[in-house]
Design a binder for this molecule. Structure first.
Ligand code: FUB
Length: 532
C-alpha cells in the first residue's frame, strides 16, 4: 500500500495513516495491516498482525515522518518480507513477516480506513492524503521508486571506498557516505541509484565531498529535488565487532577498554575481554580476562558492564553476572582475574537489578562503587576494595530519567555523575549527567551529554565512561551505539569521541562522529612509577 501523506504539525499520537483489517467489539485491533508516521523524529513504522498489537510483525524506520511536507509512505508485504519506504528509500525491512494479507480476518476485513486507526481509542489522522494505492502484490524497490512522488529519490549509492552503506535520509534529503580511513574525500565519484528516467547533477567525474555538497535530482517529468551529500572518514567503531558498556581507563602509558561482549540474544554473553591501546585509535585484543563458566562459581551468564580500578599494585575488576555484581582481582590489567567466590552485591536495598557497577577512586584515595538500574546507589568501598559496610549504601535520588549505566569522574573539585536514559534497545538511549561538590552529592542535574545523530546513522548512544588523559586536561567519552549497519540493542559497537568542558565547568554535549578521535598518547613524566 502506498500513499502521499502530509501530516499536520499538531498531529497527536498514536494514530494510523491507514489501516486495513478488523476491530474487536472492545475497540481493539483484531488482525490488520497498517502504517503510522509516529512523531517527526521517530516511530515511522508499519505492521501486519493476526490479532491485537502483541501479534504485530513490525517493520520500523529509525526515524519518524516529517510533518508539514508531502512525503510518500509505502509498505510492501509479500514472500515473508515486509519493507517500509519513505520517499522511495528503503527505511525498514523485516525478513520474517510471515503473516499474509489474506490471513487477516480469514480473508474478510470490515474495518478498512484512511486516516483512522483500528483501535477505537487512537487519535484520528490530521493532515492530507493523496495518490493512495492498494496493490494485489508486493512492489519491488524499483517499482516503488517509479511511483510519481518518488521520481526525485536517491535510492542507493555505489562507491568502492564505502566502509558501511550510505546513510540516506529521505526526510532531510541528505546522504552521508561513511568511507574507509585514508580515502581522499576531495575526489569521490559516487554512483547514485535513481528512479527510472531521473538524472542527477553534478554527474560523472570526481567531486569534493569533504564538505556537504548539493546535488539536484531531476525526475523524468522535470520535477527537481536538492539533496545534500557529504563523506566522512569512518574510524568508528574503536573496537571491531560487537562490544557494549565500555569502561575506559588509563594505567601507566596505556589505555584500556573493558566492555560487555555483545551480539547475543538477551545479552547472554559469558566472557569478558580487555583491549589496550597506546594512542586511543589502535586497539589490541588482550584476550579473555574472565570467563563466567570456569572462573565464576555463582553465575554462568549475562556477563555485563564491567569496571576496573588499580590500588596497591593490584587490579580490581567489578562485573555483572545474572544481575548481581562480583569482583575479581589480578596483578595485571589484562588478567588473569580471580573471582572473590561470591557476589559483592547480590541484591539492591530497594529492588531492581544489581547491575552496572562503576568504580571511582576519589583524589583523597577513597574508593566508591556506584551501580543500579531503576534505582541508583553509591557506597564507599573498604580499603581492601572487595568489601563495604552495607549501612553506608546511599540511594541517589533525583537523577533525571535515570535508568542505568552510572559513571563518576572528578575534575577541578567538581564530581560528574553520568547515567543512561531510556532502554538500551531504543534508538533514543542517551546519557545525562549531574554535578556535585562531593562524590555522594547532593547532585544538580545538568542535562544531556550524549544522544543519537540519525543524520549520520548513529543511534542508541549510551552506557558511557569518561577518561581524562593523565597529566592533561584532555577528556574523552567511550560509549556504545547500535552497530552500523543494522545494529540494535544487542548488537552494539564501542566508540570514542572527544569530551570538552565549558569555562563554567559544565560539559559541552558530545557530538557523535563517524571519524572518532585523533591519536593521543599518554605523556610520560621522567621518574614516574609505571603500574602494571
Ligand atoms: O549490556 C547489558 C546491559 O545493557 C547493561 O548492563 C546496560 O547498561 C545496558 O547497556
Amino acid at each position: 500500500m502506498s500513499a502521499d501523506v502530509l501530516v499536520d504539525p499538531a498531529q497527536q499520537t498514536p494514530y494510523f495513516l491507514w489501516g486495513l483489517g478488523n476491530t474487536a467489539r472492545d475497540g481493539t485491533g483484531d488482525g490488520y495491516l497498517f502504517a503510522t508516521g509516529g512523531t517527526a523524529s521517530g516511530g515511522l513504522r508499519g505492521a501486519i498482525a493476526t490479532g491485537n498489537w502483541t501479534t504485530e510483525q513490525q517493520v520500523a524506520s529509525s526515524g519518524g515522518l516529517p510533518r508539514g511536507v508531502w512525503k510518500n509512505v509505502t509498505l510492501t508485504v509479500g514472500d515473508g518480507v515486509a519493507v517500509l519506504y519513505l520517499d522511495g528509500v528503503e527505511v525498514g525491512r523485516n525478513a520474517n513477516a510471515t503473516i499474509k494479507p489474506s490471513d487477516l480476518g480469514g480473508g474478510v476485513t470490515a474495518a478498512n480506513y484512511l486516516g483512522r486507526s483500528l483501535y477505537a481509542s487512537d487519535k484520528y489522522f490530521r493532515g492530507k492524503l493523496k495518490d493512495v494505492r492498494l496493490y494485489d502484490r508486493a512492489l519491488t524497490g524499483l517499482q516503488v521508486a517509479t511511483l510519481p512522488a518518488n521520481s526525485t529519490t536517491i535510492r542507493s549509492v555505489a562507491l568502492a571506498s564505502l566502509k558501511t552503506p550510505a546513510v540516506i535520509d529521505p526526510g532531510a534529503s541528505s546522504v552521508v557516505l561513511p568511507v574507509r580511513p585514508g580515502t581522499d574525500l576531495r575526489r569521490l565519484a559516487p554512483e547514485f541509484g535513481l528512479a527510472p528516467g531521473a538524472t542527477i547533477a553534478p554527474a560523472g567525474g570526481p567531486v569534493d565531498l569533504s564538505r556537504p555538497r548539493r546535488f539536484t535530482v531531476t525526475g523524468a517529468g522535470g520535477e527537481r529535488r536538492v539533496w545534500t551529500v557529504e563523506a566522512h572518514e569512518t574510524r568508528s567503531p574503536a573496537l571491531p565487532g560487537y562490544h557494549a558498556d565500555p569502561n575506559i581507563v588509563a594505567f601507566g602509558d596505556t589505555y584500556y577498554l573493558y566492555p560487555t561482549t555483545d551480539g547475543f540474544d538477551g545479552w547472554s554473553g559469558t566472557k569478558f575481554s580487555a583491549w589496550s591501546s597506546k594512542d586511543l585509535v589502535h586497539w589490541t585484543d588482550r584476550g579473555v580476562i574472565l570467563d563466567l563458566g570456569p572462573d565464576v562459581s555463582w553465575a554462568d551468564k549475562n556477563a555485563w558492564a564491567p569496571t576496573i580500578a588499580q590500588r596497591g599494585g593490584k587490579y580490581y575488576f567489578y562485573f555483572c553476572a545474572e544481575a548481581k555484581i562480583g569482583v575479581a582481582v589480578s596483578d595485571s590489567p589484562t588478567g588473569p582475574f580471580v573471582d572473590s567466590g561470591k557476589p559483592l552485591i547480590a541484591r539492591n536495598p530497594d529492588g531492581g537489578q544489581a547491575i552496572d557497577p562503576a568504580v571511582f577512586v576519589d583524589p583523597t584515595g577513597q574508593p566508591y562503587l556506584y551501580w543500579g538500574n531503576g534505582n541508583a546507589y553509591v557506597v564507599p568501598l573498604n580499603d581492601d576494595m572487595v568489601s563495604f559496610a552495607p549501612a553506608k549504601i546511599t540511594r541517589l535520588s533525583g537523577l533525571d530519567d535515570f535508568r542505568e549505566g552510572l559513571f563518576m569522574a572528578e575534575r577541578n573539585g567538581t564530581y560528574y555523575l553520568s547515567w543512561s536514559i531510556d532502554d538500551t534497545r531504543s534508538e533514543d538511549y542517551r546519557v545525562g549527567y549531574a554535578t556535585a561538590a562531593s562524590p555522594t552529592g547532593p547532585f544538580t542535574n545538568r542535562g544531556l551529554i550524549l544522544g543519537k545523530d540519525a543524520h549520520l546513522g548513529v543511534l542508541g548512544t549510551g552506557h558511557s565512561s569518561m577518561l581524562r588523559v593523565p597529566g592533561t586536561d584532555d577528556w574523552y567519552l567511550a560509549y556504545h551505539r547500535f552497530g552500523i549497519p543494522g545494529g540494535d540493542g544487542t548488537h552494539r559497537e564501542t566508540t570514542i569521541d572527544k569530551l570538552t568542558f565549558r569555562r563554567d565547568g559544565t560539559i559541552v554535549p558530545v557530538t557523535p562522529t563517524l571519524e572518532s578521535v585523533r591519536p593521543q598518547r599518554i605523556p610520560q613524566c621522567r621518574g614516574a612509577v609505571r603500574p602494571g
